[in-house]
Write a protein of this length. Structure first.
Length: 222
C-alpha cells in the first residue's frame, strides 16, 4: 500500500518510514524540510508540506504528478513546547482529507488518554505517578487529539497510545497489545522502543483490528 507519514523526520515517523519501506510499502515522507530523508530508497518519496496549509496537505495526501494517493496516513506530529491548537487542528485536517479520499488514519498519540492500571477511573494524564505537573499540558493535548478523532464521524481512524516511556532502542519485532489501559510490567516499567512501536504501527495498517483506541508495550510486560 501507499502510506503517508506526517511528521517524517521525528523519532517515531522516521522509524515508521524505515519499517514500512522495508516491508515493501510505498511511503510518502511528509515534512516541512524532507530533503535528507532516506536517500536512495526507491520506496520512499520525500514530500515537502506545511501541515497548517489545507490545500497543500490535501495535494500531498490525495496524490499529485509525482506520487499517487495515500491508502493510509500515519500522523505522528509533536511540537516543543506543546501547541494543543496546532495538534488538534492538524489532526482534524488530516481526518477530513482522509475521509474524502478513503484513506485510513493511524494517529500516534500520547499515553495520557489511557486508564491507569491501578485505578481504572483515573486517566494517566491525571495520575502524578505517571505524569508530573511539568508535562501535564502535553498529556492534555494528547487527550484533546483523541477526542478530535472520536468526534469525527466520517474518518476511519485508530488512535495508538504509546506506554509511559517511548525511546530509541532495539527492534525485536515483538510487543504486547492492549486497548484503553496503560500496560505496565511486573517491574513497574511501562515502555517500548520506537523501533517496536513502528512495527506495531505497520502491523495495524496491514491487519486492522476492531479497536479505535489501542496501546502497545514491550513484549516482556504482563
Amino acid at each position: 500500500m501507499t502510506i503517508a507519514v506526517l511528521g517524517a523526520t521525528g523519532m517515531v515517523g522516521s522509524r515508521v518510514i524505515k519499517e514500512a519501506s522495508t516491508r515493501g510499502h510505498q511511503v510518502l515522507a511528509l515534512s516541512r524540510k524532507p530533503a535528507g530523508e532516506s536517500p536512495g530508497n526507491p520506496n520512499v518519496t520525500p514530500v515537502a508540506v506545511d501541515a497548517t496549509d489545507p490545500h497543500a496537505l490535501r495535494e500531498a495526501l490525495a496524490g499529485s504528478v509525482s506520487h499517487g494517493a495515500a491508502d493510509a496516513v500515519v500522523l505522528t506530529v509533536r511540537t516543543v513546547p506543546v501547541d494543543e491548537e496546532f495538534l488538534v487542528g492538524t489532526t482534524r485536517r488530516v481526518l477530513d482529507i482522509a475521509a474524502q479520499i478513503g484513506a485510513r488514519v493511524l494517529v500516534v498519540g500520547g499515553a495520557g488518554a489511557l486508564r491507569s492500571p491501578d485505578a481504572p477511573g483515573l486517566l494517566v494524564a491525571d495520575n502524578p505517578a505517571y505524569v508530573p505537573a511539568g508535562i501535564r499540558a502535553v498529556a492534555a493535548a494528547g487527550i484533546a487529539q483523541l477526542r478530535t478523532c472520536q468526534s469525527h464521524g466520517d474518518a476511519d481512524c485508530v488512535y495508538l497510545s504509546p506506554p509511559a516511556l517511548l525511546e530509541p532502542g532495539t527492534r525485536t519485532g515483538r510487543y504486547r497489545r492492549g486497548t484503553d489501559t496503560l500496560l505496565v510490567g511486573a517491574d513497574g516499567r511501562s515502555w517500548i522502543s520506537a523501533e517496536d512501536l513502528a512495527v506495531a504501527v505497520v502491523d495495524e495498517l496491514e491487519t486492522p483490528g476492531p479497536d479505535r483506541l489501542i496501546t502497545v508495550a514491550h513484549h516482556g510486560e504482563r
